[in-house]
Design a binder for this molecule. Structure first.
Ligand code: MRU
Length: 378
C-alpha cells in the first residue's frame, strides 16, 4: 500500500503533500502522522500556505519543533513529546540495556521536553505519569526490553485517549452552551480565541471541539474567532480548520471583541487552557483575560474547554504560573515584514491568566464544573 504523495519544489523548498492525508482530513486536519517507528508533525509555521510534514526522529527534534512553534497547543505539545520518546526508543538507544539506564534516559528526555515551553502543564503531567508508571513496571521485571516496549505502547495509547477526551469535551461544552438560553432560533453564536482544534491536539480539539460538536448537531449559528496577535494562531490556523470543514465563521481583530459582544447576539465565549490551577484561575493565550472581562460586562457566559491533563492541582492560584515571554520580533513584524520602527521597546507575554471569578464553567472530559466544583474533583 503506497501512500499517495505529491512532492514539489517551490522557491527551493522541498514540499511533500500527503494527498491521502488531505483527503482523510475532509473531517479534520491531521497535526501528526504516527506509525510505530515513524513520526511526522505538520509544520504549523507554514500553514496555511503549505502543508509540510517534518520528520521527528528524536526527542531533540521534538524539543526543537515545540520551541520554534512548528507544533504548539498544550495537548499537542504533550503528545508530540511522548511520541518522540516512543520513536527514539523504537529506532535507537540500543545501549540502554538495563532498567536503571532506561529510567535515567527517560528522566532526562522528559525533563528537556517539559522545559521546552514553560506555561502549559500537559507535558509535565503526562511525563510525570509516565515516569511513575515506569517505576512500577521496573519493579515487576528486570528485562529492559520489556520496559522499553511498555513505554512505547503507553505513549501510543495517549493518542487514542486524547481523541476520546476531545470528543467528550465537545459534547459536554455544546450542551452547556445550548443551555445558556442566549440562542438565535435555537442555535448558538460563539466567540473563540487562538487555535484549539485538530492542530492543537491529536484529536478534534477542545474549544474548537465544542464548536465542531455544535455544528455537527446543526446547532451552530456562527463562530467568530480572533486573529490572536501576535502569533496569529486564529487568522492562520483556526481559519484554515473552519474553512476546511465549512463551518460558518468570521475572523475578527482581537480589538473587535467588545464591540462584537455589544452588537451581535453572542451566546458564549469558549477558549482552551494551558494550565488551570486549584482555584480555577486559567492560563491561556494572551488576550483571553480581556475576553473574559468583556464577556462579564456583556453578560456573556465564558467557558474554558480543557482536558484534565491541563489542570494543575500543585498550584493554588494563577500567581504561581510561569508566563512564557517570547521574542519581540513576533510583535514588531508580521509574516517576516517589519511593521514597527527599530529600537521600539516590546513586552510580549505569550499567555495571560484569567481569574476564576470570570469563568462560568470549565468543560472537561468528565463534565462541566464551576471553579469551586473543580476543586472538589482534584
Ligand atoms: O502559544 P500556543 O499556540 O501554544 O498557545 C495555545 C493556546 O493558548 C491554546 O489555547 C491552548 O494551548 C489550548 S490548545 C487545545
Amino acid at each position: 500500500f503506497e501512500p499517495l504523495r505529491l512532492e514539489i519544489k517551490v522557491f527551493g523548498s522541498h514540499i511533500i503533500i500527503d494527498l491521502l492525508n488531505i483527503m482523510s482530513a475532509a473531517d479534520v486536519l491531521q497535526s501528526i502522522q504516527y506509525t510505530r517507528g515513524s513520526f511526522k508533525v505538520l509544520d504549523q509555521l507554514k500553514v496555511p500556505h503549505e502543508l509540510v510534514y517534518r520528520d521527528i526522529e528524536s526527542v531533540k527534534d521534538a524539543v526543537d519543533a515545540i520551541k520554534t512553534m512548528q507544533v504548539r497547543g498544550a495537548p499537542l505539545i504533550a503528545m508530540v513529546g511522548c511520541l518522540s520518546v516512543a520513536v527514539e526508543l523504537h529506532n535507537g538507544q540500543k545501549d540502554l540495556t538495563d532498567n536503571q539506564l532506561l529510567m535515567k534516559y527517560l528522566d532526562d528526555r522528559i525533563n528537556s521536553l517539559i522545559l521546552a515551553r514553560p506555561t502549559a502543564v500537559n507535558m509535565r503531567k503526562e511525563g510525570q505519569k509516565l515516569l511513575e508508571q515506569v517505576k512500577e513496571w521496573s519493579a515487576e521485571s528486570n528485562d529492559s526490553s520489556v520496559l522499553r516496549s511498555r513505554v512505547i505502547e503507553y505513549c501510543e495509547t495517549l493518542l487514542k485517549l486524547d481523541l476520546a477526551d476531545n470528543i467528550a469535551i465537545g459534547n459536554v461544552g455544546a450542551e452547556a452552551i445550548l443551555n445558556t438560553g442566549k440562542l438565535t432560533d435555537g442555535r448558538a453564536t460563539v466567540l473563540t480565541h487562538c487555535n484549539t482544534g485538530s492542530l492543537a491536539t491529536s484529536g478534534v480539539g477542545t474549544a474548537l471541539g465544542v464548536i465542531r460538536a455544535l455544528h455537527q448537531q446543526q446547532k451552530l449559528e456562527h463562530v467568530f474567532f480572533t486573529e490572536t496577535r501576535p502569533y496569529n494562531q486564529g487568522a492562520r490556523l483556526t481559519s484554515f480548520e473552519l474553512l476546511h470543514e465549512k463551518i460558518p465563521s468570521t475572523l475578527i481583530c482581537d480589538s473587535a471583541a467588545s464591540w462584537l459582544m455589544r452588537t451581535k447576539n453572542v451566546s458564549a465565549v469558549v477558549v482552551g487552557a494551558d494550565r488551570v490551577t486549584r482555584n480555577g484561575d486559567t492560563a491561556n493565550k494572551v488576550g483571553t483575560y480581556q475576553l473574559a472581562v468583556t464577556a462579564k460586562h456583556h453578560n456573556v457566559p465564558f467557558y474554558i474547554a480543557a482536558p484534565f491533563s491541563s489542570i494543575d492541582p500543585s498550584i493554588e492560584s494563577g500567581d504561581g504560573i510561569v508566563i512564557e515571554q517570547r521574542s519581540s520580533d513576533e510583535v514588531t513584524s508580521i509574516g517576516g515584514i517589519r511593521i514597527a520602527p527599530i529600537g521600539v521597546s516590546v513586552w510580549n507575554p505569550a499567555f495571560d491568566v484569567t481569574p476564576a471569578e470570570l469563568i462560568t464553567g470549565i468543560v472537561t472530559e468528565k463534565g462541566i464544573f464551576t471553579p469551586d466544583e473543580l476543586r472538589t474533583k482534584l
